[in-house]
Design a protein around this ligand. Structure first.
Ligand code: 13P
Ligand code: SF4
Length: 364
């Protein structure tokens, strides 16, 4: 979803990197403990160097929830992450996204209207009381509120297994959105098979499924995906193994199941970071996730051969929107007492979304 990011003044866009870096340093110095900069692992080096905390989306949500001291939280990540931070922080804390166009194309693949329509169909066809809706963190606050209202929870790539185990202790069926791959990969990890899963296509009548399929499926998987992770293929895994016979292949669970099946390890961005950092010197590691993170892992681990599973560069174009000029501008506006790009979630949505997020935090 395109949001409205105003063009930055020229003094930020034409300035050399060092000038914007100096502005960011000065603003951090001035704002001190009032300011907290959170950075997702996919952020560029020119931005992540200024983060007070780096993490995957679960850790960043927890970090925001645990830091009541900072009144200005600048989120270097994407829109749904900033929304989650706003929901989990107090009313005295304000969350900002340096570029409003930093969305997530996967999160935009499920909207409230189509999820409501799906729920209506499920109510007609199956015992909807026994369906537990689970939304991936990569979703709008409105969808988090939907699952909160309907007895479900949020999950991230680092806790999907625990959340889905919890959900199947509460109900007989799961509606999982928006990432079919995370849902499917977690279902397989739990011992389910393709026969237990059906894909709900929101563009088709009744999701493109027959009544019997809807009733019988344990997992109803929303037909959404991440365009960055969907690029990785089984051929990439085979090529990496052919070139480096001792390679360890580590991929993110947003990759397709055929890729995950061939990989040695699968996990969130934080998991990948730890796995690479703790690998022995000399190890060869092929990583299936966003390229900025892979390049940084390669730089930070010069004693290992760390490379992207896809030889063609694979950036997340929306994460990439946050750059030093936008960060410098956002911080300068806070210093000037005229903050911009504040991310707010209305009270009713926030209340139910908080229920769904807190369930996740309690489960894990
Ligand atoms: P993590 O929670 O693993 O950081 O993933 C977030 C994401 O958007 C991956 O594409
Ligand atoms: Fe969204 Fe994919 Fe980018 Fe993650 S990598 S923020 S899922 S588009």
């Amino acid at each position: 979803m395109l949001r409205l990011q105003v063009p930055l003044p020229d003094r930020y866009t034409v300035a050399p990197l060092e000038e914007n870096e100096a502005r960011i340093r000065a603003a951090k110095e001035l704002l001190g403990d009032q300011l907290l900069i959170l950075g997702h692992h996919y952020q560029r080096d020119e931005v992540i160097q200024f983060a007070d905390a780096r993490g995957d989306s679960f850790n960043l949500a927890r970090f925001a929830a645990d830091n009541a001291a900072a009144t200005h939280i600048v989120f270097c990540g994407v829109h749904f992450m900033a929304e989650a931070a706003d929901i989990l922080t107090g009313p005295h804390q304000h969350v900002y996204l340096p570029d409003l166009n930093a969305g997530c194309s996967m999160a935009d693949m499920a909207d409230t209207d189509s999820v409501d329509e799906c729920w209506d169909v499920l109510s007609e066809v199956t015992d909807v009381e026994a369906v537990v809706p689970i939304t991936y963190m990569n979703s709008s606050a409105a969808l988090k509120a939907f699952v909160g209202r309907n007895g479900g929870a949020v999950c991230t790539s680092s806790n999907a297994r625990a959340v889905l185990d919890w959900a199947l202790g509460r109900g007989r069926q799961l509606l999982f959105f928006p990432d079919q791959h995370l849902g499917r990969n977690t279902g397989y990890q739990m011992g389910f098979t393709e026969a237990d899963m059906r894909v709900w296509n929101p563009n088709l009548e009744a999701g493109g499924l027959e009544e019997r399929e809807i009733k019988e499926a344990t997992f109803l998987l929303w037909r959404g995906h991440c365009s960055v992770h969907q690029r990785f293929t089984p051929d990439h895994v085979r090529a990496a193994r052919a070139e480096h016979p001792s390679v360890t292949v580590i991929v993110h669970p947003e990759c397709a199941h055929e890729v995950v099946e061939l990989a040695d390890e699968v996990g969130s961005t934080e998991y990948i970071l730890r796995a690479v950092s703790s690998a022995p010197a000399g190890a060869a590691i092929a990583v299936g996730t966003e390229i900025h993170m892979v390049q940084r892992l390669a730089q930070e681990n010069p004693d290992k051969t760390v490379f992207s599973l896809d030889p063609l560069v694979c950036p997340c174009s929306t994460m990439f929107r946050i750059d030093a000029p936008h960060l410098a501008w956002c911080l300068d506006q806070i210093v000037a007492g005229q903050p911009v790009n504040r991310i707010t979630v209305d009270d009713d949505t926030a209340e139910w979304a908080r229920v769904a997020l807190r369930r996740m935090l309690q489960i894990t």
